[in-house]
Design a protein around this ligand. Structure first.
Ligand code: SAM
Length: 265
């Protein structure tokens, strides 16, 4: 295929199965003229068909050897290469006036959670995101309350995005083959009026506390945030565990805390 040696530290597993690549590109449905960025283009398995359909694509890649190959293969009109760490990349730079951004990628699994949180910061100007991730992470992202996979990642991402798992991809579709199955997930930001948390920092703190010690009840995990009177006012049983609360419950708790008399944030 080529002589690039996959770098583990950059989470490199390259897609090689043409049927899977086609299926992913079809799921993304790139349309000519759209503004799209691919995170981690690697050896261009997805990049080439995306460029073909879009005309132009932005990519963010950290590996200099791969960047050199991309420069040889694509013209500057086809591909704008942003060299560096996607975790630090300011995606606002790519937002064309009046056009929202589409984000795609077969993400490096070793940084998937921080990358999802980083990307969530730009959600208000993003049209959609379609990613390949470890199946286990996708199951946590889309998990419903009262299931073992439901946790901080589920609540914080479901607060901001409508999400769906599209299909699974087996290890044999990559070179080198990862140890785990992967899944494709689509994330569509909710419109601003759906984001009802008065202070998202408070929401994040409450959710982190509630899932910090999964086996403990809310009375314990939220001790520093809510009194028994607060639980009563919210009509939430302090004997429950965090996994029983819906995203809307967490928003209610955070908003109650912000609105409490004498509260200083
Ligand atoms: N898109 C290619 C494919 O599907 O075959 C490669 C996917 S590979 C799983 C992940 C890619 O992300 C690699 O090209 C890797 O070098 C790149 N990468 C890893 N960490 C990165 C980071 N922090 N910022 C940007 N790119 C990164």
């Amino acid at each position: 295929m080529n002589d690039h040696r996959a770098r583990k530290r950059f989470g490199q597993n390259f897609l090689t199965d043409p049927n899977i690549i086609r299926k992913i590109i079809d799921a993304i449905r790139p349309l000519a003229g759209e503004t799209m960025v691919e995170i981690g283009p690697g050896l261009a398995a997805m990049t080439a068909p995306l460029v073909e359909r879009l005309g132009h694509l932005h990519v963010v890649e950290i590996d200099r050897d791969l960047i050199a190959r991309l420069r040889e293969r694509f013209t500057a009109e086809q591909l704008t290469i942003h060299e560096g760490d996607a975790l630090r990349f300011d995606f606002n730079r790519l937002m064309d006036a009046g056009q929202s951004l589409r984000v795609v990628g077969n993400l490096p699994y070793n940084i998937s959670t921080p990358l999802l949180f980083h990307l969530a910061e730009f959600a208000d100007r993003v049209a959609d995101m379609t990613f390949m991730l470890q199946k286990e992470v996708v199951m946590r992202m889309v998990a419903e309350p009262d299931t073992p996979d439901y946790g901080r990642l589920s609540v914080m991402l479901q607060y901001r995005f409508r999400m769906g798992r599209l299909f699974d991809v087996p290890p044999g579709a990559f070179n080198p083959a990862p140890k785990v199955t992967s899944s494709i997930v689509r994330m569509i930001p909710w419109p601003a009026e759906k984001l009802t948390a008065i202070d998202e920092g408070v929401l994040a703190r409450v959710v982190t506390a509630a899932f910090g010690q999964r086996r403990k009840t809310l009375r314990n995990t939220l001790r520093d945030h809510l009194s028994l009177e607060d639980f009563a006012a919210l009509d939430i049983d302090p004997g429950l565990r965090g996994e029983r609360l819906s995203v809307a419950d967490f928003v209610r708790i955070a908003n109650h805390m912000v609105a409490r008399p004498g509260e200083c944030r």
